[in-house]
Design a protein around this ligand. Structure first.
Ligand SMILES: Nc1nc2c(c(=O)[nH]1)N(C=O)[C@@H](CNc1ccc(C(=O)N[C@@H](CCC(=O)O)C(=O)O)cc1)CN2
Ligand SMILES: Nc1nc2c(ncn2[C@@H]2O[C@H](COP(=O)(O)OP(=O)(O)OP(=O)(O)O)[C@@H](O)[C@H]2O)c(=O)[nH]1
Ligand SMILES: [Mg+2]
Length: 448
């Protein structure tokens, strides 16, 4: 329901310096008036200014003293009347403030409901609403850059630009529907095909950013693998900057996979330390090794660690499917003990002496930029939902193009074009949104 008034704690729960509660909806001021008190009525206070107020529960017991902000519709985040309170960030105080707002007539907000209202009230399109959560989840500078680009409307603008390209094509084709005796002239046909080709090219370019989008949103899956005892966990710890995994001279130390997110040159990596690969009788170790094999199959990047102080002939290398070869970086660890001269290629490293990490970071960046088709200067990165829409657009425009070239009745061409326009509308959320809204906003934080 859009017409009720909702409230939530917008900051993380826990002891903190300040906490923020938000109320939005037509009764926001009415609700707030029952909880927040100052010399004047809230309605008479100037909007968008901080006012020092006292918060009281229904019995008149003082809960907190804090700052109140009023935003009047439509000039607010949600486009509705919004009241915000910045209080002392205690767990109990904050909970009691929310309870009082609920007792005063507000309903507890669902996850993402503030942003959902901003979308429904036309404050942002669906790609911008999605970007709000991308921004909060961003774990690397490139991911943050892409989120800002999307929040600024870059993807929505591109979708609308494609719509502007297709609309005149549709209008042209539809004009012929009314004059069945007239054929589309070859010249006109060629110019319509050229316009469709342009749309196909731009849509394909967007689809190509989805791989970069996946890596920026979820991190490049990076598997550290190799024989037992070569220093895989030492490498994880080194890249993380703290002692996360247990390191010991005993082979078979790591049995379960350990995952951590790190950032390398602005790219998020989901780093997985695995059990050393060797044939083993030990049941637990065997399960760990099977898990490693599974991780290898879906890895974006494979960091294979060997003991570089030993000859290559002494190393049991990890066998990879051919297509995974290009994703592997060979790390010659324990270089402090003297690199064996027979190794060719690979990045010399010493986890204990902390030598070679920068070279490794550069190699990681180069490889991920490659396999993920990443472009540091082109931070647009569509998500999985956009990708499905744009792929549909490509096949619908392609169908229209074929129909036009084959001299099909203009009705058929128009049908495909209308479908493509519909899919473009889905990207920004102007059509067919009901079913997807719940999916999108349920992954949001409460109070966002
Ligand atoms: N305290 C607080 N901080 C916050 C938010 C918030 O809602 N409250 N935001 C929530 O995510 C973000 C900021 N986003 C906002 C976006 C628009 C408007 C707003 O009032 N828009 C009006 C006026 C625009 C203007 O003055 O230029 C509008 O769009 O009409 C407020 C916050 C991050 N920080
Ligand atoms: N000299 C030297 N020793 C290292 C280096 N890196 C790791 N080690 C040592 O090698 C041993 C094994 O290190 P780990 O990081 O536990 O090796 P692992 O590959 O995770 O081993 P498993 O989990 O058992 O498969 C430890 O004693 C480390 O201190 C290095 O660069 N130089
Ligand atoms: Mg280990």
């Amino acid at each position: 329901m859009l017409h009720d008034t909702i409230a939530a704690i917008s900051t993380a729960l826990g002891e903190a310096a300040i906490s923020v509660l938000r109320v939005t909806g037509p009764q926001a001021l009415e609700v707030a008036q029952k909880v927040f008190h100052t010399a004047r009525d809230l309605v008479s206070l100037p909007a968008r200014q901080a006012h020092l107020v006292t918060a009281r529960d229904a019995d008149g017991t003082t809960l907190d003293q804090g700052l109140l902000l009023i935003f009047c519709a439509p000039s607010s985040y949600t486009g509705e009347d919004v009241v915000e309170f910045q209080g002392h960030g205690g767990l109990l105080v904050t909970q009691k403030l929310l309870e009082s707002l609920l007792a005063a007539g507000a309903r507890a907000a669902e996850p993402g409901e503030f942003t959902q209202r901003a979308f429904l009230n036309g404050k942002m399109d669906l790609t911008q609403a999605e970007a709000v959560m991308d921004l909060i989840h961003a774990q690397s500078t490139l991911a943050l850059k892409a989120a800002h680009e999307q929040l600024g409307g870059a993807i929505g603008k591109e979708a609308m630009a494609l719509k502007e390209e297709l609309l005149p094509v549709l209008a042209h084709v539809e004009a012929y529907i009314d004059f069945p005796e007239e054929d589309i002239s070859p010249d006109t046909g060629a110019s319509l095909v050229a316009k469709m080709d342009l749309v196909l090219e731009r849509a394909s370019r967007l689809i190509a950013t989805s791989e970069q989008g996946r890596i920026l949103r979820h991190g490049a899956r990076t598997v550290i693998c190799g024989e037992p005892n070569v220093g895989k966990s030492s490498l994880l710890n080194l890249l993380l900057g703290f002692e996360r995994a247990i390191v010991s001279p005993t082979a078979g130390t790591t049995r379960d996979t350990i995952e951590e997110i790190i950032q390398v040159h602005g790219i998020p990596l989901r780093l997985v330390d695995t059990a050393g690969l060797r044939s083993s009788q030990d049941e637990i170790e065997r399960v760990g090794i099977e898990r490693t094999q599974r991780e290898l199959e879906r890895a974006d990047l494979i960091l294979e660690v060997v003991d570089g102080s030993l000859p290559p002939s002494a190393a049991q290398r990890v066998s990879l499917p051919p297509q995974a070869e290009a994703r592997r970086i060979l790390i010659l660890n324990k270089a402090d003990q003297g690199l064996h001269p027979d190794w060719a290629g690979g990045v010399p490293l010493s986890c204990t002496a902390n030598v070679g990490v920068e070279t490794l970071r550069d190699a990681i960046r180069t490889l991920i930029m490659n396999v993920g088709s990443m472009q540091a200067d082109h931070p647009i990165a569509i998500n999985a939902r956009h990708k499905i829409c744009f792929e549909r657009i490509v096949s619908q425009v392609q169908a229209a193009r074929v129909a036009l070239i084959d001299g099909a009745a203009p009705e058929y061409v128009a049908l495909d074009l209308r479908e493509a326009l519909q899919s473009l509308g889905e990207v920004v959320g102007v059509v067919d949104v009901e079913q997807i809204l719940d999916v999108i906003f349920s992954s949001f934080c409460i109070g966002k």
